[in-house]
Write a protein that binds this ligand. Structure first.
Ligand SMILES: Nc1nc2c(ncn2[C@@H]2O[C@H](COP(=O)(O)OP(=O)(O)OP(=O)(O)O)[C@@H](O)[C@H]2O)c(=O)[nH]1
Length: 313
């Protein structure tokens, strides 16, 4: 029997999942070598005497310190103990100072005679999580220009609108449309058209550097700048600098033909009761005016004059 116990323990020690077995009160009754090693490598304070620890108390203490995963683990494991769940899964981050890591916890009941236990295993799922993150990132980037796509813009803009409404900050938005792009495509070919789009997109991130800023491809030959907590005159400066940079852009493919844009700029103090489309419509109609006035210019929407911050309620 002793031999077979040793044999089974040796097998559990070869498994890369971290395994801990607790009784119905949460007292730790067994940990495998992976668990022990992970504790040692991560400076876990209780690593030398795991068998003296209470796993549920550890989860509860983590929860009390604001760790939502500690709280979920505590609830889930208790549900397994109380037979409300036949198994419990939890994916959670466990980052070290140097690397991002994620684990999946699985808790299943184990009955030996009259004594109830729970076997809890932790599987490292970092590779899958990183792959998922990369897929998510790709879904937010425009394939041609490598800046944010429309979907990313929609999400970002909605969040920035709410953030500025909450903090009573001004929000500026610039709609940028390449001029006469159809004839550029017709004269120089679509590949040259694509190069122009990429060159414009390369310039834009220089004007959207703050966390509340974003440049995105809005669609076709249209780009958008979101400038959170930015007054109209500040946004005007940024947009004007962008137009100057574009004027000096030399594109050999265009054989001396200048690449110009028309821009509509609008600023608003968002309110949670307003429709976030309002600012987009304002910038859009200013852009329309810029086109009507002969292109290659900036028009600022003047239908809502931004308030001075002190005047805001
Ligand atoms: N090369 C290329 N062309 C595109 C892309 N997306 C949209 N276009 C073209 O951009 C052109 C936009 O044409 P219009 O909407 O008439 O605008 P415009 O010719 O720039 O005229 P104005 O905006 O009034 O100055 C169309 O010919 C589209 O086919 C793209 O990804 N690559």
């Amino acid at each position: 029997m002793v031999e077979s116990k040793e044999f089974l323990k040796s097998i559990l020690d070869t498994i890369s999942e971290h395994i801990v077995v607790i009784n119905d009160s949460g007292d730790i009754k067994f940990v495998n070598r992976s668990w022990q090693t992970f504790g040692d490598e991560n400076d876990c304070q209780c690593n030398t005497q795991w068998e003296d620890q209470n796993y549920l108390a550890i989860c509860k203490s983590a929860a009390a310190h604001g760790d939502e995963f500690g709280a979920k683990a505590y609830t889930g494991i208790n549900q397994v103990i109380n037979q409300q769940l036949t198994e419990f899964y939890l994916e959670y981050p466990c980052h070290s100072d140097t690397e991002s890591r994620w684990f999946m916890m699985r808790a299943v009941p184990l009955k030996l005679g009259t004594t109830g236990y729970v076997v809890i295993s932790h599987l490292n799922i970092t590779e899958r999580k990183i792959a998922e993150q990369q897929v998510r990132e790709l879904a937010r980037i425009d394939g041609l220009t490598q800046i944010a796509n429309r979907r990313h813009f929609d999400d970002f803009y909605e969040q920035e609108w709410s953030r500025c409404a909450r903090l009573k900050h001004p929000l500026s938005l610039a709609m940028i449309d390449l001029d006469n792009f159809k004839s550029l495509n017709d004269n120089f070919g679509h590949l040259v058209g694509d190069i122009c789009l990429k060159e414009v997109a390369k310039l834009l991130p220089d004007y959207t550097r703050r966390p509340g800023d974003l440049c995105a491809r809005y669609g076709g030959e249209e780009f958008v700048l979101v400038l959170g907590n930015t007054q109209c005159h500040q946004a005007q400066k940024l947009v004007t600098r962008f137009m100057t940079a574009l004027n000096t852009l030399q594109l050999p493919e265009l054989a001396g033909h200048p690449l110009t844009v028309s821009i509509g700029l609008a600023t608003i103090y968002p309110s949670s009761s307003d429709d976030a489309m309002l600012l987009i419509e304002m910038a859009d109609s200013a852009l329309y005016q810029a086109k009507e006035a002969g292109r290659n210019q900036l028009v600022i929407a003047d239908n809502i004059e931004p308030l001075n911050i002190e005047q805001c309620p």
